[in-house]
Ligand binder design. Structure first.
Ligand code: UD1
Length: 415
């Protein structure tokens, strides 16, 4: 199994280009199932999850080719509306085929996603809402079997779930009549999915607000070409790397509006951050101030940057707390960070971090995408050598991270 070796405590300087956003790409890929035809997606990150989703679309009947960060998808043939367990268990975003397959065929069978490294991840909001659209849902052999063409209705989500908002938008755009979705997610990934669906001819009003009014269409059209938005989580991760390791890092091809809360928190921690159009420059500061964060739905602090922020706070000058209100058990990185010399204690979904003057390299193990990112950040800031095992997790969400970090001066090798 591959691992990273990192010799830490080196200043980072230079430019890093941000890739397309995984969490915008995956639902857009599944939405191509809604209308038969050819699609070209640009700025597609070369990730394990991109390839897993391409494989899932192929199994459903589409043809997909992926080269030079471009995806060509043809969805004329959609013959087997099934997302099998072997794919769903490696990537929960497979669940996003449910909505579009119901829209196109009125039939979908999707393996029920189980828990994951950070505890239970229910899909009850998706299921309840689909039932309200008249879809018949049963559980057979661990699979959700959904039948029926969606019929418009009023739905108020109990929580602005990103996944449920995406799935229900895709289920409704070909539904009969009007669907009103209330308390929807506002994440940029959802807005981008909405933009894509509107380009397909969908009638969606209220995009960017918490209420969407969707008038079902009889048919939609394929989209010739579409650019995937920059990945705000990748941007946030590299900004924190710059803040932790001193020097000056410029993040290019980013939308600063998408991470304004992270920029604010970084400034509060005492580093200098400058925004110029689509670039953000961070200048590290030897003395990091402790800054508390609590994760929340967008535009709040993202749960996907919680692990990286804890890594940052391990070397702050004082005590800070980090609370995850989205996923209460998402803290598998904490014991690993403590192996690097951090002083973190847990109480329910809150980590209390007492900053130490130095982290020290050690062997550690990654457990999920963002936990791996936090271990890389902490190792880059540690004195001495760290070995991070099970790095296949990081390849799910960050394209060739070691090459990009090397370019700005990190001593990191994959072996
Ligand atoms: C969440 C994050 C998303 C992130 C992704 C992967 C939020 C709001 N969402 O999206 O930004 O990219 O994790 O790290 O920050 N829930 C239910 N029932 C459901 C669906 C969700 O109870 O049917 C709960 C979840 O347990 C969680 C919350 O709602 O507490 C957010 O869920 P949701 O946004 O759907 O999660 P993801 O789509 O996984």
């Amino acid at each position: 199994m591959e691992k990273f070796e990192i010799l830490g405590a080196r200043e980072l300087n230079g430019k890093i280009k941000i890739n397309g956003a995984k969490n915008a790409l995956l639902p857009i890929m599944t939405s191509t199932l809604l209308a038969p035809g050819n699609y070209l997606l640009n700025n597609v990150p070369d990730l394990k999850d991109t390839r897993t989703m391409a494989e899932l679309l192929r199994r459903i009947g589409a043809s997909v080719s992926f080269k030079n960060n471009q995806l060509l998808i043809n969805t004329v043939n959609v013959s087997k509306p099934v997302a099998p367990y072997d794919l769903v268990k490696t990537m929960r975003a497979s669940f996003y085929v449910l909505g579009p397959l119901l829209g196109r065929l009125g039939h979908a069978e999707v393996s029920l996603p189980g828990g994951c490294a950070w505890g239970p991840r229910p899909v009850d909001i998706h299921i309840e809402a689909l039932k309200k659209l008249g879809v018949n849902i049963s559980l057979e052999g661990g699979n959700i079997v959904a039948k029926g063409n969606p019929i418009g209705n009023n739905i108020k989500f109990k929580f602005p779930s990103v996944g449920a908002t995406g799935n229900l938008m895709m289920a409704s755009v070909l539904g009969k009549g009007q669907t009103i979705l209330k308390n929807v997610a506002l994440e940029p990934d959802i807005i981008s999915l909405g933009d894509f669906l509107i380009k397909m001819g969908a009638d969606i009003k209220g995009l960017g607000t918490s209420e969407l009014v969707i008038n079902g269409k009889d048919r939609l059209n394929p989209v010739d070409e579409f650019d995937i938005i920059p990945d705000r989580i990748e941007a946030g991760t590299f900004l924190i790397a710059g803040a932790m390791c001193g020097g000056s890092i410029e993040i290019e091809n980013v939308n600063p509006d998408h991470i304004s809360i992270v920029i604010d928190k970084l400034i509060e921690s005492g580093v200098r951050v400058k925004t110029v159009k689509n670039s953000i420059i961070v200048n590290g500061n030897k003395k990091i101030k402790p800054v508390n964060v609590t994760t929340a739905p967008y535009p709040g602090f993202p749960t996907d940057l919680q692990a990286q922020w804890i890594a940052y706070m391990t070397i702050a000058n004082g005590l800070s707390t980090v609370t995850d209100e989205i996923y209460y058990d998402r803290f598998t990185h904490v014991p690993e960070l403590n192996r690097l010399g951090a002083n973190i204690t847990m109480n329910k979904n809150t980590a209390t971090i007492i900053g130490v003057s130095n982290l020290k390299g050690a062997p550690v193990m990654s457990t999920d995408i963002r936990a791996s990112a936090s271990l890389i950040l902490a190792s880059l800031a540690s004195i001495g050598k760290s070995k991070i095992s099970r790095i296949y997790h990081i390849d799910r969400g960050y394209e060739k991270i070691e090459n990009r970090l090397k370019k700005v001066g990190a001593d990191i090798t994959r072996s």
